[in-house]
Design a protein around this ligand. Structure first.
Ligand code: 5AD
Ligand code: SF4
Length: 470
């Protein structure tokens, strides 16, 4: 579920006094890290920290890291090398600069980070963010802290939820983590090791957070989990609920007009979830359902536990339930042993499904995973060539999908002001960015627009007066 985006958070509190401590959080990797960074920001806000966009202004710098592919750790170490210089300069002037490493590199490297990076004061794994303020206090007393336990207590219960004003400042769309960790053990993946076993957040906690978000003006919520459709909880009826049941319930929350979820494993797409796609107008017609490869041999070696045919049949069932659904996926090329023929199978499955959006990666050896032990690693140049061909096909499909939207009238959620006066950037049901002149509408409104053109990464639209037909 990760893309290689780097997101800088900015939530500077203009009313903050001069003595307030400032934190700069740099987020790498997937949406869950984006969510975690916000929650860490909330935890630190209750300790008096405000967030800054300027690393140079910060008294505390946190790197919230990603370990999904190679070189991530090395990138973090070189960033930490630069921070060491900054810290030395600060200390020479009698000022404090604290540095923390959080997220999956923290989990994977632990103590090693303290050994290799003298600038670092705290190393906190993804399950112990709620202990961050305490760790900072200990570090300030001169004890560097590593906390990468899989905590027994529920971190969500201990992390303060943002108050309305803070939620509001974040906009009309929001993530909401409902599940963490993964039990699938795909042979290429570090997630079961860095994020640990699957844990579902209890239903009341999720409903409470959804309610707060809605009350603060959030219109669209994306439920997050490394394996989100494995979410399980106890319903008010005492029955075990799955993600489908949860979506039906969330669809009743007043104000929440749109629901999404990511990332899903094909094996966990059950009937109830597919029915939710059929029945719920607020469940957006967009599904990120990674297949990784189109070759049965490779799928088996990856321990994906389904065949290409099974995936295709599943996509058919989902499309029967929700014909306008747009499919998104992840692909890995050059998994150990992948032959030209296997790669052709991947191109074939892409052709058959037709993706509106997709992420594709060269296989990257992750020490400690079964894939790293396999003989028959694919040479780098072969991987690069396959990736190029796959990406060309996926990009073409993405462009074709965008073109197929031209002329349609769709519901647009107005998200933020555009570059020009009167222009607004909105989100289509299929997660595309859409520019529209919508002077009389407000951010957070959902309005009918007609798509009139496509740009490189977005669509152009005009307000439509017709009946909406997405
Ligand atoms: N090498 C390349 N890509 C990987 N992914 C996960 N692990 C690896 C790896 N070792 C990709 C998968 C997954 C996405 C989040 O990242 O496609 O779905
Ligand atoms: Fe990794 Fe596979 Fe779990 Fe996804 S389902 S997080 S790829 S182990």
């Amino acid at each position: 579920m990760s893309t290689d985006t780097v997101i800088h958070h900015s939530e500077t509190d203009p009313g903050a006094g001069v003595n307030t401590r400032k934190v700069f959080i740099k987020t790498y990797g997937c949406q869950m890290n984006v969510y975690d960074s916000l929650r860490m920001g909330d935890a630190l806000a209750s300790e008096g920290y405000v967030q800054t966009e300027q690393m140079e202004d910060a008294d505390l710098i946190l790197l919230n890291t990603c370990h999904i592919r190679e070189k991530a750790a090395e990138k973090v170490y070189s960033a930490l090398g630069r921070l060491r210089e900054m810290k030395k300069a600060r200390e020479a002037g009698g000022q404090e600069l604290m540095v923390g490493v959080t997220g999956c590199v923290a989990q994977a490297e632990g103590e090693e980070i303290l050994r290799r990076a003298p600038a670092v004061d705290v190393v906190i794994g993804p399950q112990t963010y709620h202990r961050l303020p305490e760790a900072l206090r200990r570090a300030r007393q001169g004890n560097r802290v590593v906390d990468t336990e899989y905590a027994v207590e529920d971190k969500f219960e201990h992390l303060p939820t943002a108050e309305k004003a803070r939620i509001r400042s974040r906009g009309v769309t929001s993530f909401l983590t409902v599940q963490e960790g993964c039990d699938k053990f795909c042979t290429f993946c570090v997630v079961p090791y860095t994020r640990g076993a699957e844990v579902s957040r209890p239903l009341p906690q999720i409903l409470d957070e959804a309610q707060r978000l809605a009350e603060a003006g959030v219109r669209e919520v994306t439920l997050l989990g490394q394996n989100v459709n494995a979410w399980r909880g106890e319903g008010p009826d005492g029955r075990e609920w799955g993600l489908g049941d949860l979506l039906y319930r969330l669809a009743e929350v007043a104000g929440l007009a749109r629901l999404r979820y990511t990332t899903s494993h094909p094996r966990d797409m059950d009937d109830r979830l597919i029915e939710a796609h059929r029945d719920l107008r607020s469940l957006m017609p967009y599904l990120h359902l990674p297949v990784q490869s189109g070759s049965d041999r490779i799928l088996k070696a990856m321990n994906r536990r389904h065949t290409a045919q099974e995936y295709l049949r599943l996509v058919e069932r989902i499309r029967r339930a929700r014909p306008d659904i747009a499919m998104s996926g992840d692909f890995i090329v050059g998994f150990p042993g992948e032959s030209d023929e296997d790669f052709q199978d991947t191109l074939r499955i892409v052709e058959t499904v037709g993706y509106a959006q997709a992420f594709s990666f060269k296989y990257s050896i992750r020490p400690g995973t079964p894939g790293a032990e396999l003989a028959d690693q694919v040479p780098e140049d072969v991987k690069a060539e396959r990736l190029e061909r796959l990406q060309a096909l996926l990009l073409k499909q993405q462009a074709d999908f965008a073109k197929s939207c031209v002329g349609k009238v769709i519901d647009l959620l107005l998200e933020k002001p555009g570059r020009n006066e009167g222009q607004v950037i909105g989100r289509s049901p299929w997660l595309q960015s859409v520019n529209v002149d919508a002077k009389t509408s407000q951010i957070g409104d959902i309005i009918p627009v007609r798509i009139i053109g496509t740009g490189p990464n977005s669509l152009f639209a005009e307000p439509a007066r017709d009946v909406v037909g997405t």
